[in-house]
Design a binder for this molecule. Structure first.
Ligand SMILES: NC(=O)c1ccc[n+]([C@@H]2O[C@H](COP(=O)([O-])OP(=O)(O)OC[C@H]3O[C@@H](n4cnc5c(N)ncnc54)[C@H](O)[C@@H]3O)[C@@H](O)[C@H]2O)c1
Length: 361
């Protein structure tokens, strides 16, 4: 099998807890040859732990590394567009963590930069690669007309899981101040360009939650049932950590619920209902490797009622998406989660925010 020489742009939580362990299992497909991070302490700790030969504190020098075939963009969201464009310009295939970008303008510029390119660019919507999700896609074909969908992201955030069970190297106050200041300013400018200059802190936070967490579910919903036509109504509460939205698909609606709190559970579920069937797709926290997903399918008739459970599926969605990226780069198969499709997800996040702003007294 042809191996891809890979560089990681960003060595934070997702790199350390998720991608590097999965890449170690995929050594038949990938050689991790280079790492960039602006924190010298994180760079050297992660480089040493994972035995990565070339370490960079400068993005341009990293991308100019002649040994790189492909780059994983694992930097903060506000840099995704800039870093992915620079990677494409340097001739590297791009695996881009979600959200693709924070703004549609940034994503449009990235799509334009990729348009004439033979390089692969893939958005890492890992839930779309989860075996529980692909099983759900198959079962959907057995369902009658869809009447209702419920999508939930009711979770305790990642740090509870990994602070208790894993080691993560964090910057020792050593990221250059100009990089930190520019990063905060760029993030705030992006949030305000979407939510408005006068947006409340709760609305700004809600947009971060939607693009950080919600976009996982909203992209999976789009792939499964199509993008909603409009947002009927939305509400933001608890400083932006609670979001509700009613989404109109034409023939049915989706009720989206998002709550981030401190109850330790990860309820990320998509439920789809027809008149006599119900499909449930369950995901677990991504921060503990190989937790199983499952798919439950209920079928009722006038005289009978069955519930089938598929799984538990132990194959890690992050492994599936990296196998897919390898296949796209080495065999030219079309990417299942291309850049252009992410536009609909950012549009939906923006419309949910606009509806919440309209409903706030
Ligand atoms: N697919 C998933 O389930 C999942 C899970 C977690 C995070 N993510 C995504 O991965 C990306 C990284 O998330 P994370 O949790 O690793 O974040 P993090 O803050 O832990 O790590 C980000 C890393 O990028 C580095 N970095 C690179 N360029 C930088 C710059 N210009 N300014 C400041 N820092 C810079 C930081 O030093 C840091 O090490 C985010 O876009 C996030 O949405 C995806």
């Amino acid at each position: 099998m042809k191996k891809i020489s890979l560089g990681l742009l960003g060595a934070g939580e997702v790199a350390q807890l998720i991608h590097l362990p999965v890449l170690r299992q995929l050594q038949d497909r990938y050689d991790v040859v280079a790492l960039y991070d602006p924190s010298p302490s994180v760079l050297s700790k992660v480089g040493m732990t994972w035995n990565i030969p070339r370490l960079y504190g400068d993005v341009e020098a990293f991308l100019a590394d002649a040994g790189l075939d492909a780059v994983m963009i694992l930097s903060p969201d506000q840099f995704h567009g800039t870093h992915a464009r620079a990677a494409l310009q340097a001739g590297r295939h791009v695996f881009l963590e979600k959200p693709a970008c924070l703004t549609i303008a940034d994503l449009d510029a990235l799509i334009a930069a990729h348009r004439a390119s033979p390089l692969v660019a893939m958005v890492a919507y890992m839930r779309c690669y989860a075996p529980a999700f692909t099983q759900g896609q198959k079962l959907l074909g057995q369902m009658d007309e869809i009447r209702y969908a419920r999508v939930r992201d009711i979770i305790c955030e990642g740090p509870w899981y990994f602070q208790n069970w894993s080691d993560v190297a964090t910057p020792e106050d050593d990221i250059p101040t100009n990089i930190l200041t520019a990063g905060r300013a760029a993030r705030l400018a992006d949030l305000k360009s979407v939510c408005g200059d006068e947006a409340s802190p709760a609305i700004l936070k809600a947009y971060e939650v939607l693009t950080g967490l919600g976009v996982h579910s909203l992209s999976a919903l789009r792939v499964l049932l199509g993008a909603p036509r409009r947002v009927i109504s939305a509400h933001v509460a608890r400083g932006g950590l609670q979001i509700n939205a009613l989404l109109d698909h034409g023939d049915f609606i989706t009720n989206y619920e998002c709550v981030i709190d401190d109850v330790v559970r990860f309820d990320a579920t998509i439920e789809v209902m027809s008149g006599r069937e119900k499909l449930d797709i369950h995901y677990d926290t991504p921060y503990i490797r190989n937790l199983p997903g499952r798919t439950i399918f209920q079928q009722s008739t006038e005289t009978d009622n069955t519930i089938q459970t598929f799984g538990p599926f132990y194959k890690d969605p992050f492994r599936v998406e990296l196998e897919h990226f390898h296949d796209a780069v080495t065999n030219g198969i079309p990417v299942q989660t291309p850049l252009a499709d992410a536009t609909a997800d950012l549009e939906l996040c923006r419309h949910i925010i606009a509806a919440a702003q309209r409903s706030t007294p």
